[in-house]
Design a protein around this ligand. Structure first.
Ligand code: LLP
Length: 417
């Protein structure tokens, strides 16, 4: 469910006509619905109402400060994977004690930053990282809270690029070797074992891989507790999918029910790191048709938004629905919606039936709130687009469109040229 709906033939974000936003801000533009963000957060939060838990929103999905603040206001924490994400989360006002830090490549300066900030815990992804965190914490005379990110070797049955919990993935520590690392951690003077962590993949459309994972983690938990360690947290990562097209992912309530069934008696505080589920359907990318090209073999609708703005179709062949901002097209055509980038992979829609868009028509690429703007780039020297948040009948620009000057900011021509 989301708040991008037609009133008559005109597409609205909550109570604001998309067309009015574009008139003021220009196109392309990302538009987020605050009510949808809140709805999704509350659905996830209330799914776990029966247990102590914290929803640590995964910043990578959409790191705009306004989005972060929306969740922080609702009691959320964050899952970060870089010093940059920590900086953003702090700028948005996060409580450091609700920050978990994942990722396979944490640098020393990032570990220092997180320790000085006083985050809740590091999700440790390798043996060497564990040593590093202990060493850096020692230097600062601090104790680092840690959980070991366990790779449970469970198939989440999703796209291979976003599968993370299989043995062959670079993420986490193999479940068979995890106990050994807990033993090492226990002997370290500058780390404190707080939890067990996993994240098995993204865009999961079934609950069973999560349940299989918990069953495996429970065995590990017994082992760690037998070592005399008081494990407090179980971090189950993110990964719950959303509907882009015809997927039917479980509702947060069903996901919650199954997880609570499995974890009820463990006496643990649950942590979750949802990204896509909270923001995916709360955002759209709006673009304008520049040209149409009726090819011999194919029809092309050329828009002002490209793979640098929304990389998912080019990168993963992902489906994003497309809706006209004003429904006045006559009929449909079969073809591609492509961007201005000089690459054949620059498409937003491929080989689909689409409205018969004409020059000047605005269109919305749906479900673009997750991994949309955050994965955008300046490729082809295209300034990154503006981001807008709508709340009821109001809207505000929450990130200015980049300027041409922004494109060369920080660059210089050396004296020897
Ligand atoms: N926690 C960790 C440690 C993660 O690596 C991720 C996502 C999440 C949480 C959030 O997962 P989510 O709830 O959003 O599924 N760019 C890809 C998705 C990459 C996901 C990376 N990790 C896409 O556009 O589909």
């Amino acid at each position: 469910m989301h708040h991008f709906q037609y009133k008559g033939d005109e597409l609205f974000a909550e109570e604001v006509a998309i067309q009015d936003i574009v008139a003021k801000v220009g196109s392309p533009v990302y538009i987020y619905s605050r009510a949808t963000l809140e709805r999704h957060f509350k659905a996830m939060d209330s799914a776990f109402a029966g247990a102590p838990h914290t929803i640590c929103y995964s910043v990578k999905a959409n790191s705009n400060l306004a989005v972060l603040r929306t969740f922080i206001n609702l009691g959320g924490g964050v899952d970060i994977v870089s010093g940059g994400e920590l900086y953003r989360a702090l700028a948005a006002g996060v409580d450091p004690k609700k920050v978990v830090y994942s990722g396979v490549g944490k640098r020393d300066d990032e570990i220092v930053y997180a320790l000085q900030t006083g985050i809740l815990l590091f999700n440790v992804e390798s043996e060497q990282e564990l040593d590093r965190i202990n060493e850096v914490a020692g230097r600062l005379n601090k104790k680092a809270g840690i959980a070991i990110r366990v790779n449970p070797d469970v198939d989440p049955e999703t796209h291979p690029y976003i599968t993370t919990g299989l043995k062959k993935a670079k993420f986490g520590i193999n479940i068979e070797r995890a106990l050994e690392q807990y033993q090492r951690a226990k002997a370290m003077s500058n780390v404190e074992i707080l939890g067990i962590d996993c994240h098995i993949g993204s865009q999961l459309t079934k609950v069973s891989p999560f349940v299989d994972t918990i069953k495996k983690l429970k065995r590990l938990l017994i082992g760690v507790r037998e070592m005399g360690v008081d494990v407090k947290y179980l971090d189950l990562g993110g990964g719950l999918g959303i509907q882009y097209n015809d997927e039917a992912p479980p509702l947060p309530a069903d996901y919650g029910f199954s997880i609570l069934e499995e974890t009820r008696d463990l006496g643990l505080h649950l942590l979750f790191e949802p990204g896509r589920n909270l923001v995916g359907n709360a955002g759209i990318l709006v673009g304008r048709c520049l040209y149409t090209k009726k090819g011999e073999e194919k029809n092309f609708v050329i828009v002002d938004a490209g793979m640098n703005d929304l990389a998912r179709p080019a990168l993963y062949g992902s489906f994003h629905g497309v809706r006209p901002v004003i429904r006045n097209q006559s009929g449909v055509i079969e073809g591609d919606i492509v961007g201005p980038i000089c690459e054949s992979g620059d498409f937003l829609v491929k080989d689909r039936e689409i409205p018969n868009f004409q020059q000047g028509d605005l269109m919305a690429f749906m479900s673009a709130g997750a991994y949309g703007f955050t994965m955008s780039s300046n490729y082809n020297s295209r300034p990154r687009v503006a981001e807008v948040m709508v709340d009821g009948d109001k809207f505000e620009v929450v990130r200015e469109r980049e300027t041409l000057e922004d494109l060369v900011r920080g660059e210089s021509i050396p004296a020897f040229l």
